[in-house]
Design a protein around this ligand. Structure first.
Ligand code: PLP
Length: 290
């Protein structure tokens, strides 16, 4: 990608430099956000900017730009790179720090990343996930703390898994980069708290409520293993069925009817959002490029 936005300025990717005293680098102190761009439309951008502000607040960083400015930077970046299908990451770091501990003025990075599409077959056949004992720090905030997730990448690959599911030895929370839910006896169950408020989960649950009862509550690893149907959700995957957890099959190992209906309903919901916003976004671009 040719351009990124660094501290409010559109700059060439090759020229986008941050000093080594930045607290994001030296202490892993930063807020993070990620969303998709589809046919030039930043999907659910309003929810993602809300969460970015909440995550920043949760680690006592103030976003040094207004909401309208942030949205403007994102749209300018989409235009400059002519993004059609991609991801966009926002990072707000603790800024430059003399003692490499006390936060300074935050640095803001907004950068596009290339995204690979997940093969449609995965949504028909489901994926395998593995489990790992880990508790995310400040779970309600999306931060740059992905140490365990990145470290588990090779293990995931070796085991043919699409995601790692975190638990504390008994209670299950979420995936390393996704939210999690399951269906048992026709009822959808997903965590109540202690997890990131996944934007995809929020949208998917609104659709799920039309299809089945939804319960927000804590649940155990044993309950997850005994589920009829399991799914994960994230901005890159949408709703993705899970048919294997560690070395066990979920139900009969096939994607079940409830999750299958939810996958389709969510895909249609995103399509409808993109179609609805494509016209509005092009008007916004014209108005702001003059
Ligand atoms: C820990 C965690 N939970 C859940 C999610 C899913 O969130 P969203 O649906 O907003 O992409 C992510 C996304 O990266 C995540 O990192």
């Amino acid at each position: 990608m040719e351009y990124v936005n660094l501290n409010g300025q559109l700059v060439r990717d090759a020229d986008a430099k941050i000093h080594i005293s930045d607290l994001g680098l030296r202490r892993g102190y930063g807020a993070f956000e990620f969303f998709r761009v589809l046919r030039g439309v930043p999907v659910f951008i309003e929810d993602h900017l809300d969460r970015f502000e909440n995550s920043s607040r949760a680690i006592d960083l103030e976003v040094p730009y207004s909401r309208a400015e942030l949205e403007g930077f994102v749209r300018e970046l989409i235009r400059a790179n002519n993004l059609q299908s991609a991801g966009i990451q926002l990072v707000l770091t603790g800024g430059y720090s003399e003692d490499i501990f006390t936060p300074g003025h935050p640095n803001l990075i907004i950068a596009p990343i290339a995204l690979r599409e997940y093969p449609p077959a995965l949504y028909q056949q489901g994926v395998k996930v593995i489990t790992h004992r880990h508790e995310r720090e400040i779970p309600e905030a999306k931060t740059t703390a992905y140490l365990t997730a990145v470290k588990l990448g090779p293990r995931m690959k070796a085991e043919g898994a699409a995601e790692v599911i975190y638990h504390d030895g008994k209670w299950v929370t979420e995936g390393a980069r996704s939210s999690l839910g399951f269906v048992k006896d026709g009822v959808l169950v997903t965590a109540k708290d202690g997890v990131l408020p996944g934007i995809t989960r929020i949208h998917a649950l609104r659709l799920a409520e039309q299809l089945m009862p939804v319960e927000h509550r804590a649940f155990t690893l044993d309950e997850l293993y005994a589920a009829d149907e399991v799914f994960i959700t994230s901005s890159t995957r949408g709703v993705m069925p899970v048919t294997r957890i560690d070395d066990r099959l979920v139900g009969n190992g096939q994607v079940g009817p409830k999750v299958s209906a939810l996958v389709k309903a969510f895909q249609a919901h995103v399509e409808e959002y993109v179609a609805r916003h494509a016209a509005v976004d092009s008007r916004w671009s014209i108005a702001n490029s003059q």
